[in-house]
Design a protein around this ligand. Structure first.
Ligand code: ARG
Length: 282
């Protein structure tokens, strides 16, 4: 067992003994750090990894028929929680509240798992894990629209989710191609605007667009844009406790990669036929 996971096990044991303690923000393991170098991780609710996410964004996160938030991100959070000896509690939050770090400042959650693209602006506000998934943007259209790319969008309306890299990409290209950007609170509403006719195209992360067109046969993927994005899990910025938590997340991801857990979760949510699914390089 590597050192971080050994520490995590100690933390988990300590957290279990603290379940009677309800004051949020109490250290999970005061005085139990025997390694001398890795700080103890404090969880906002002892014994629970509280995860902020912004569904619907299937297959990364979606609300199932029973109201539970499920998906690739949540299964990976389950792996992290197991390493911590904690259970998972999912909180739904506005996407910008996660990437700005507001949810962490307010002690609403320990970690954000929401298909968050790692970029420099966000690095100023939150602490990112190693990359765990590669992404690009894709253009979704109605199948009968004849639209094959941005150059077919003059005078048309393009739907995006607010405060996302897809919105940035749409904004950066709108003058050149002469379309209007329509901003929606969540990715599901942005994509559904194709069906209602409010927008003629939508720019959203590729995996989510493919999931949408698979369940909406009147729509198709017009093209992909090679934006070269990588998703990371996010925690509080510039904070020793969050840095320690992210260290445990990185260790849990590396272990999930070597022991096949990452591939199993990838096959469950992303591609059932995948035979390999390596983590993007750290
Ligand atoms: N990857 C994009 C970004 O970071 C979109 C993420 C939106 N996530 C979500 N759960 N709605 O901006």
């Amino acid at each position: 067992m590597n050192r971080h996971l050994a520490v995590a096990a100690v933390i988990a044991a300590a957290a279990l003994t603290l379940t009677g303690c309800t004051k949020p923000g109490n250290p999970a393991s005061p005085g139990t750090n025997t390694s001398g170098s890795t700080p103890a991780v404090t969880l906002v609710a002892p014994g629970t990894l509280t995860v902020c996410t912004n569904p619907p964004f299937p297959p990364l996160e979606d609300v199932d028929a029973s109201g539970k938030v499920v998906g690739f991100d949540l299964d990976l959070m389950g792996v992290v929680a197991d390493a911590l000896g904690a259970k998972v509690n999912v909180i739904q939050a506005e996407f910008s509240q996660i990437t700005s770090g507001a949810v962490f400042a307010a002690k609403k959650c320990d970690i954000g798992a929401s298909g968050i693209t790692i970029n420099d602006a966000r690095k100023q506000a939150v602490t990112f894990s190693r990359p765990y998934f590669s992404a690009t943007q894709a253009l979704a259209v109605k199948s009968d629209s004849g639209i094959t790319g941005l150059d077919g969008l003059s005078g048309k309306t393009v739907a995006v989710q607010t405060d996302t890299t897809g919105a940035d990409y749409a904004d950066a290209n709108k003058d050149k191609y002469g379309y209007t950007v329509m901003v929606f609170d969540d990715a599901g509403t942005a994509l559904n605007s194709l069906l209602s006719g409010r927008a003629q195209a939508a720019i959203v992360d590729k995996a989510v667009v493919y999931s949408f067109v698979a369940s909406n046969p009147t729509t198709q993927v017009a093209t992909e844009f090679q934006t070269g994005e990588l998703y990371g899990f996010a925690a509080k910025g510039n904070d020793a406790n969050a840095t320690a938590l992210i260290g445990l997340v990185n260790d849990a991801l590396a272990k999930a990669d070597t022991d096949g857990t990452y591939l199993r979760i990838y096959k469950t949510w992303i591609d059932p036929l995948a035979t390999t699914a390596p983590l993007p390089p750290a």
